[in-house]
Design a protein around this ligand. Sequence first.
Ligand code: SF4
Length: 149
Amino acid sequence: MKDSTRIGIIICDRYRDCAGGKCFRSMKNREGAFNIYGKDQELELVGYTTCRGCPGGNIEHAPEEMIKNGVDVIHFATGMVVGYPPCPYINHFKNFIEEKWGVKVVVGTHPIPEKYYKTHTNLKTWEGLEWEDILKPALATEEIRLAYD
Ligand code: SF4
């Protein structure tokens, strides 16, 4: 019987050299978008890759490989939301993966770092209703955002 939730993470290719420090820390601590999982719920990482660069060609392939490893939920790394500019394809990617493979997609991994939060707020990058939903999972409190600066 399966006793863990299997997670796949897809990151923005701009951050392709990222070693995943913040994502893995937040996954361990159940912070940011990982706070939907209980502390006693075991999480297993079964895939970690990039979108392969705009416009995200790997979105058509990576989920299939993750599914072979039993993925339950695919998270888009917070970098897709906080990059300058944020990824313009987030909703396309999410809708595509959920429609084609029926796998749940959560936008976000680690909490949005406070320095990105401040700059995007000043730039008004995230104005509009669609951003409310996109940001919600990784928004966290100011205290936690500061801890991820
Ligand atoms: S902006 Fe979007 S499509 Fe472009 S590299 Fe980043 S995640 Fe991929």
